[in-house]
Ligand binder design. Structure first.
Ligand code: ATP
Ligand code: MG
Length: 387
């Protein structure tokens, strides 16, 4: 039984949210045999006992789910409920318990309190235990609904958030660092469907660096299932900047061009926003002044989910979602290779415009976009081998 997350507060869009969630669940579980039913309050997945652990693990990564409950479904028949309660509790070690009946089906003949008593007495009689209403070892939940009675004893926390896709699409600028995979995860959590854009500069950056990015994408793809990685051949742009722009402005100009490419390509992919892992003050290109001068090249909204987080807070999330270990592998990104010793922290817009007149960046941008390579098959194990 799936309990919905935040979406239950959004009245008008509710059925759209639930349909999206159900389709995301079907997508994640496509390799399993199961049946799915849903209504306004719950989604039910019926499956064979053998798959339960695997399916539960997958569901903990589906956004829009508040919790996952492993239930035993029986008919709305007191004897059958009693029989199953005993069967279920035989599997658990406990000293204290509490019964909580929910009688959603009002035509069921026994009232809630009476039913709690009937089941409570049965448990007391059958097992060596006590009732504790305040702090029991577990709560025995019995939900009597129209289509049957659901019995369960524990609830597994889901990831919360909104179902991926209900907020449209965004393009994540994904590097091999710690921040951008976390930014992508957080955007997915708010229901944004994402694709990833990675700028590579071979031979200054290695195949390992690229595989690392694809592997990071594959890890966050567990929360989506739809992610593709688009790889931009960025070498020519970087080499041109290296020749034409004074060292202290190289990063600023490079990032302005990254943003231009990202915006243009995002429109092609029908993405409405850009997402990246910038965090205020982290490096020279992420001072407020730098961000403003860099952001100046685009009108597209740029969402920076980790902008106001400390590095340690970002690392905590990276650990939680399992990207940290991959992010810290030592392969150079395009940014790290051309880093000047003194990048400017308060760049001036008119200077950028002057430097950009020195070369035909428009045609370089078009070339980059023409030659983008799309990686669709994010097979985690395959990239593990290559690292
Ligand atoms: P770190 O975790 O080490 O800070 P980072 O990925 O955040 O790594 P920055 O140089 O801080 O690296 O870059 C800021 C943001 O710009 C990144 O979070 C990412 O969104 C984007 N970015 C940087 N380099 C690339 C790249 N090669 N391809 C795509 N996006 C990039
Ligand atoms: Mg960073």
């Amino acid at each position: 039984m799936i309990k919905y997350g935040e979406l239950t507060t959004k009245k008008d869009n509710r059925s759209f949210f639930i349909k999206k969630l159900v389709s995301n669940i079907k997508n994640v579980l496509k390799d399993y045999d199961f049946e799915i039913k849903y209504d306004r309050v719950r989604t039910y997945i019926y499956t064979n006992n053998n798959y339960i652990d695997e399916i539960t693990k997958k569901l903990t990564k589906v956004f829009g789910i508040h919790s996952i409950v492993i239930c035993h479904k029986v008919n709305n028949n007191t004897d059958e409920i009693k029989e199953n309660v005993i069967k279920i509790l035989k599997e658990i070690k406990f000293n204290t318990f509490k019964v909580e009946t929910k009688r959603a089906n009002k035509s069921f003949e026994i009232h809630t309190m009476d039913f709690n008593n009937i089941i409570g007495s049965l448990v007391l009689k059958t097992f060596d235990c006590k009732v504790d209403v305040h702090n029991p070892d577990f709560v025995l939940h019995i939900e009597i609904r129209d289509d049957g009675t659901y019995i369960y004893t524990n609830e597994i926390k889901g990831s919360g958030g909104y179902p991926v896709g209900i907020q449209g699409k965004g393009l994540l600028m994904l590097s091999g660092g710690i921040d951008s995979p976390v930014a992508g995860y957080l955007a997915l959590k708010r229901g944004v469907d994402i694709d990833c854009l990675y700028f590579e500069s071979p031979p200054h950056t290695s195949l390992e660096a690229k595989n690392k990015v694809i592997k990071l994408a594959s890890i966050i793809n567990d929360y989506s299932g739809n992610i593709k990685v688009h790889v931009v051949p960025f070498t020519k742009v970087q080499e041109t900047i290296y020749k034409m722009v004074p060292p202290n402005y190289m990063i600023t100009i490079m990032r302005r061009i990254m943003y231009r490419i990202s915006e243009k390509y995002a429109k092609k992919l029908k993405c409405d926003i850009l997402i990246n892992g910038e965090s205020i003050g982290q490096v020279a290109s992420q001072t407020i002044t730098s961000m403003s001068v860099i952001n100046n090249v685009t009108n597209m909204p740029v969402i920076r989910p980790v902008a106001c987080m400390d590095k340690l807070e970002i690392i905590d999330i990276a650990n939680k979602i399992n990207t940290y270990e991959t992010s810290v592998l030592p392969f150079e990104d395009c940014c790290t290779i051309f880093v000047p010793r003194h990048p400017i922290i308060n760049p001036k817009l008119d200077k950028c415009l002057d430097y950009e007149k020195r070369f035909d960046f428009e045609s370089l941008i078009d070339k980059c976009i023409e030659n983008i390579e799309v990686v669709k098959d994010l097979n985690f194990n395959k990239f593990e081998d290559l690292l």
